[in-house]
Design a protein around this ligand. Structure first.
Ligand code: MF3
Ligand code: CO
Ligand code: CO
Length: 305
């Protein structure tokens, strides 16, 4: 495994744009995620928004790493016990479903931005809500561990501790990744681990943090479509993803957008000032997982509810 090459200031600027664009696709699709809509329709809408409104291209459409068949859609939609890489289809969403939508765009300048969120369709069970909330906190605790001089293992440790402390488990087979002019670069960002292990973080490194948290056991299986990953015990699974930059002052979250959910209370005060300021500029309203599907009613951004 080779070490990641820190990005240049010009590359960082382009990555800010790419990641914001990815987040804006999620902002756009949010009001459409409702009972009765199919994930195929969400895919169609996102593709149209990327190509027509943004002039971006989906990085997932026809993505074919060695040994895989080309991925057939412009977003990943992972429903309930699906862990990641779910393929959009014709089954309508129903009340109580939990859905991850994962968007990776290629910006007009050729840079990749990658982010995902959970959506709760109507009222979900207490367990489903707790799982989505805990996964969200896991991602942010991982983000809060990022600063120059910290180790990659600090991120995984923060995530694992919180997930397991809440009685949930962390998927081992999939990880966060460096990202830039390519979809998947060094380093591999594991969502479990030990403090002070792994490479030392340096300013300019850009990678994703995208923990997959299961309500049951950590083990996964792959469906015969060649892509969809599910929990082996068919328990619920939740995932959130941001792309982050190791900044001089700590961490900069690149995949923020006007309507993205705010950090949970749990990390308030632990984020570097630069991050906290950038987030404060977005919205004064805190995010509750329950509020994620409500329409945004005001401008500048508020999540209603
Ligand atoms: N966006 C996913 C990630 O976070 C990768 C999706 S690859 C696909 O790394 F082919 F399944 F779309
Ligand atoms: Co990713
Ligand atoms: Co992703």
């Amino acid at each position: 495994m080779s070490k990641p090459i820190p990005k240049t200031p010009e590359e960082i600027k382009e990555m800010r744009t790419a990641c914001r664009l990815a987040a804006e696709v999620l902002d756009y699709i949010t009001p459409f995620v409702r009972t009765g809509v199919t994930t195929a329709e969400l895919d169609r809408l996102c593709r149209e928004y990327m190509e027509k409104t943004q002039s971006t291209v989906s990085a997932t459409l026809n993505y074919a790493p060695p040994g895989y068949t080309p991925y057939p859609a412009s977003i990943c939609t992972s429903l309930n016990h699906q862990v990641c890489h779910g393929i959009p289809g014709e089954k309508p969403l129903k009340k109580g479903d939990i859905l991850n939508i994962d968007v990776t765009v290629i910006s007009p300048a050729g840079f990749f931005g990658d982010t995902s969120r959970m959506f709760i369709v109507g009222e979900a069970s207490i367990l489903a809500k707790r799982l989505c909330q805990t996964a969200y906190e896991c991602m942010w605790l991982g983000i809060a561990a990022v600063r120059p001089g910290a180790h990659l293992g600090d991120i995984g440790h923060a995530i694992q501790r919180h997930a397991e402390g809440n009685g949930f488990s962390v998927v081992r087979e999939f990880c966060g990744h460096g990202i830039g002019r390519k979809f998947h670069e060094e380093p591999q960002v594991l969502h479990f681990g030990k403090p002070d292990t792994g490479i030392k973080l340096q300013p300019g490194m850009i990678f994703t943090i995208e923990p997959m948290i299961n309500a049951g056991k950590a083990a996964i299986s792959e469906l015969s479509d060649g892509w969809t990953i599910v929990t082996r015990d068919r328990s619920l699974s939740a995932q959130w993803e941001h792309t982050v930059l190791v900044a001089e002052g700590g961490v900069e979250v690149l995949s923020l957008s006007a309507a993205c959910p705010l950090p949970p209370k749990l990390v308030a005060g632990t984020l570097a000032t630069a991050t906290a300021d950038a987030i404060a500029a977005l919205s004064p309203a805190p995010c509750h997982v329950e509020a994620l599907n409500t329409h945004r009613v005001q401008s500048p951004p508020f999540m209603a509810g």
